[in-house]
Design a protein around this ligand. Structure first.
Ligand code: ADP
Ligand code: ZN
Length: 619
């Protein structure tokens, strides 16, 4: 029930300050609700545009908008970007000198701030609350609201105390925001933040610009990764996730030696080194971060063009969160994963050996199984992903590997019977290598010692080679027809689920292991991306040499301006905005100002310089 003038005001701010033509649903509704003074909880995927939901009402409503944000780096980034757009924003956090903090406080008291960002522990200090008591407040925004969840991995105890805001400032609307989609977290946020009367806004969690690709790693995974980066993302920023610290260092070093600038990131590095690598990743173009899962939270970089997994994530939730760091700017991006039998066995073993409670292990086991199911899928990956989060995508997406190149399947019923009965006859205690040797009828001292060369399954599997059998075993494990033993030797055991297949009562169709390297496959299928991303080609992927040159020149200018102000390049302009400049070639400041992402303030500050580069590309 927002009155029209205020709604007009919101649209005006969107255009003049941020340079965008229209709200992305449900931004408009959220903004209107907040401006009208209502509380809300907003669930939107990464890159969905949560920030505008509270930034614009802060500008429209009287008083200062107070933003609670858990990470200093995020806060600094958002404030820097807002200032570029001419918004009076500031933060108070522990990275500041006392005199800087005092200046910000004075600005706040004088009513000179539209937005003030605070870490939760800072906000909860009596001193800060006193400060807030004395001035008009437009709203409270609680960003990354899932930090209240004790079950999540981002739990921040101070978030639990934020319920005081509703009690202490009853007239000030509150908005909580998160990209965590699951029901339990949602309920916890509402409960812990005392938001029972808040309106709930849920947008689709689909990330249509991300292309999901999962393949079984064959041969040298590093080489496959290098080929993928060289062929599809040369000079672009990306994140590579590995399971172990040592591996991140090895891979980073190796990529660098091959001419791809890469840095390691894991919890074992000194805080200084980690911060340094993170800053380089954010401030430079084209750095590849090779990281354990310790890296990512609080990375706002919009132009991460790919996220690669060199091993299997532990759950679909983790996979979705990690891949979600790609393509926040909405331009085409890849979620690329290579995994193999070894990952499956290792993760199952890690889980079995962990000292956790049985109930917890069971939940984790189910999560891992769901992840494996996603890997071995023969249908659309996006449909399965969204279904996992309770959302229905009616049609296959056309932008995942299985849609672009449907995997061939084969009737593996007989092969599966052989594989399973070999497990049974050898006593359910041997690993995959041994079982395959038996199936292939290998003359081996161990096999003879155990008398397994006299089994009926000895040598009955010559129709497949060792690689083929590994594929069969991996898929049988992934589908839960086989278990990996708990004592850590990797022995396989039958499960109840395998009986119908073993008895020949149920047919089993498996993915045919692809002979085509993943990189090649997707090259052929480049055009469907254009369809799903609304005709946008990847940023920086221009057909003509002239366009390519202009793109490079614009990026150069952007880097220069960013360096001079000590901010990341994307804070000056996003890739999408530079790409628009190349495509549309504006000939005047007016035309330039009409492009998406150029507000009045940025036009005044940088317009002339960018226009000169466009008008005189070779100068
Ligand atoms: P989130 O916080 O949900 O991850 P952001 O608020 O950082 O997402 O927004 C993601 C990107 O989308 C940013 O680059 C932002 O400038 C852009 N964006 C947000 N809203 C709009 C809009 N209405 N039109 C165009 N771009 C938008
Ligand atoms: Zn699909």
């Amino acid at each position: 029930m927002s009155d029209p003038p205020q709604h007009d005001q919101a649209s005006h701010v969107l255009r003049s300050v941020f340079g965008y033509d229209r709200f992305r649903p449900p931004q408009d509704e959220v903004v209107a609700h907040l401006i009208a003074g209502g509380d809300s909880l907003v669930l939107m995927p990464t890159g969905g545009g949560k920030s505008l939901c509270f930034q614009i009402p802060s500008l429209v409503r009287f008083g200062t908008g107070i933003v609670v944000s858990p990470l200093i780096a995020l806060m600094q980034d958002q404030v820097a970007a807002l200032r570029q757009a001419g918004v009076r924003a500031a933060f108070l956090n522990s990275s500041q000198r006392p005199d800087e903090a005092r200046r910000v406080e004075a600005q706040f008291r004088a009513g000179e701030l539209d937005l003030l960002y605070l870490a939760p522990e800072r906000l909860l200090l009596e001193r800060t609350l006193d400060l807030l008591d004395g001035s008009p407040l437009a709203l409270f925004a609680i960003d990354e609201a899932h930090c209240v969840s004790q079950w999540g991995h981002d739990f921040r105890p101070e978030y639990l105390q934020l319920a005081v805001l509703g009690q202490r400032y009853p007239g000030v609307p509150r908005i909580a925001l998160t990209a965590t989609a699951d029901e339990r977290t949602r309920v916890e946020i509402i409960d812990k933040l005392d938001l029972t009367v808040a309106r709930l806004f849920i947008s689709s969690f689909d990330r249509p610009n991300i292309r999901y690709r999962i393949h079984e790693g064959q041969g040298n995974v590093r080489e496959t990764l290098l080929r993928f980066i060289r062929e599809e993302h040369p000079g672009e920023a990306g994140i590579v996730y590995c399971l172990s610290r040592k591996k991140t260092e090895d891979v980073a070093e190796w990529l660098t030696a091959k001419g791809v600038p890469a840095l390691p990131y894991h919890a074992g590095l000194t805080a200084e080194l980690r911060a340094g690598h993170q800053t380089r990743f954010i401030n430079e173009e084209g750095i590849v971060m090779v990281a354990t899962i310790a890296f990512g939270m609080g990375i706002d970089k919009p132009n991460v063009r790919f996220v690669a997994h060199l091993s299997l994530p532990k759950s679909v939730e983790a996979y979705y969160q990690e891949t979600g760091r790609a393509g926040r700017d909405g331009l085409p991006a890849d979620a690329w994963m290579s995994y193999g039998l070894q990952d499956v066995i290792m993760l199952r073993q890690m889980l079995a050996e962990s000292g956790a409670e049985v109930a917890y292990k069971r939940v984790e086991r189910h999560k891992l199984d769901a992840m494996l199911g996603l890997c071995e899928l023969t249908g659309c990956r996006r449909q399965a992903l969204l279904a996992y989060f309770g959302e229905t995508l009616p049609e296959p997406c056309g932008n995942c590997d299985t849609c672009l190149a449907p995997p061939a399947t084969w009737d593996a019923s007989v092969a599966a019977q052989k594989a399973l009965s070999c497990v049974h006859r050898t006593g359910q205690r041997f690993g995959v290598m041994y079982l395959i040797d038996v199936l292939l009828g290998k003359q081996d001292e161990r096999i003879q010692r155990f008398g397994h060369d006299r089994l009926t399954t000895f040598g009955i599997g010559t129709e497949l080679d060792a690689k083929g059998w590994r594929g069969v075993y991996r898929q049988l494990i992934a589908r839960g027809l086989l278990n990996v033993d708990v004592d850590g030797h990797g022995g396989l055991q039958l499960t109840d689920a395998c009986r119908p297949v073993l008895r020949g009562e149920e047919a089993l169709w498996l993915r045919r292991e692809s002979a085509v390297p993943a990189g090649k496959r997707s090259r052929v299928a480049k055009s469907p991306t254009d369809k799903v991303s609304g005709g946008k080609a990847a940023a920086g992927n221009f057909a003509s040499a002239e366009d390519q040159q202009l793109w490079a020149a614009l990026r150069g200018l952007r880097m220069e301006l960013a360096r001079a102000q000590n901010v990341p390049p994307y804070v000056v302009f996003h890739d999408a905005t530079l790409a628009e400049m190349v495509r549309r070639r504006p000939q005047s400041l007016d035309e330039l100002g009409a492009l998406s992402g150029i507000g009045e303030r940025k036009l005044a500050a940088f317009g002339e310089q960018f226009l000169q580069v466009i008008l005189n590309p070779v100068a």
